[in-house]
Unconditional design. Structure first.
Length: 316
């Protein structure tokens, strides 16, 4: 029997705010939940500071976000990371051979000191370490970590984490509050450039639109719209809400908004007189797209079957 789990923390909830908790209790639960969030990125050569001196060196940079899960296949644990399909396609299209998985417990370690777990897109035997949702209109994918790729630090941290049931998913009503987890660019880039850290965040949002229960429009029936300030880097990160006094998965964020927009007067762009460049305004609000949790569950069932097939091949 194969079972799929979230890597997560169980909760004890107390008294009341809009989430049924005190702010202090909610903060503790969010911080515990944050342990299931990962950055998905690559390693580049860039200017870094070593002993107070600037030099060229390697550092990790975040491309997107993800959620840790794992499958128990017999006695073997296969960790996987649910994210947006377009995050994985970024590596494929740019011919980047490896993906670095950097769990949020590494947020307080400099990106020049720990890059995360390196996972090649394709193993030496030609088998892939990623799977894309089989339907092209669903923007979901999974990166898998075979046991031989996990480093000592990852194994130590993951072994100290309580397992959360994978089927703990929910669908909120219109207007309900949700939490968007991940590595938004406008925060992450600032921390990277100034301090060499990559920081995950939990941001509040609200359900702005959802499909009708029996909608058969395949372009729309798998998504939910969220009013929030998610942006580049949040792609692939999980969205949670509180249901029956426990945090549950709403889905995976797959589309944010353009942070910078041109300024128009009378339908004409306003240009800076000295640089001749169009002026832009920066916002912190917008509507983002989320793939619903039920499609995450379908993806993991598909990936589970693929993992079993890979393991059976390696045993031959």
């Amino acid at each position: 029997m194969t079972k799929i789990y979230f890597v997560f923390i169980l909760f004890n909830l107390t008294t009341a705010n809009s989430f049924g908790q005190t702010p202090a209790a909610l903060e503790i639960d969010i911080m515990n939940t944050q342990k299931s969030i990962t950055g998905i990125g690559t390693v580049i050569f860039d200017s870094i500071i070593v002993k107070g001196k600037k030099q060229l060196g390697r550092k990790y940079v975040t491309i997107g976000s993800g959620l840790v899960t794992y499958s128990k296949v017999g006695a073997t644990s296969i960790y996987s990371f649910v994210t947006a399909k377009h995050v994985i396609n970024f590596f494929i299209e740019n011919k980047i051979k490896s993906i670095y998985i950097r769990p949020s417990w590494a947020d307080t370690i400099k990106t020049t000191e720990y890059f995360g777990v390196e996972i090649p897109l394709v193993n030496s035997d030609g088998t892939p370490n990623y799977f894309l949702y089989p339907e092209s209109n669903i923007d979901l994918g999974t990166i898998i970590m075979l046991p031989n790729y996990a480093d000592t630090m990852f194994v130590k941290q993951i072994n100290n984490t309580v397992i959360f049931p994978y089927n703990q998913m929910t669908t909120s009503f219109l207007g309900e509050q949700v939490w968007i987890a991940g590595y938004p660019d406008h925060i992450d880039i600032e921390f990277q450039n100034r301090f060499f850290y990559s920081m995950s965040t939990f941001k509040p949002g609200h359900i702005a639109w959802k499909p009708a229960p029996n909608m058969d429009n395949k372009d729309l029936n798998h998504i939910t719209l969220i009013e929030c300030n998610a942006t580049h880097g949040n792609s692939g990160g999980p969205v949670f809400s509180l249901n029956n006094q426990r945090l549950e998965l709403e889905g995976i964020l797959v589309g944010g908004y353009e942070e910078s927009n041109k300024i128009y007067i009378n339908n004409r762009t306003v240009t800076d007189s000295s640089t001749k460049n169009d002026l832009v305004s920066k916002g912190r609000s917008g509507v983002s797209i989320m793939e619903k949790a039920e499609y995450v569950k379908r993806l993991e069932a598909y990936v589970e079957a693929q993992i079993i097939e890979i393991i059976n091949k390696t045993k031959k």
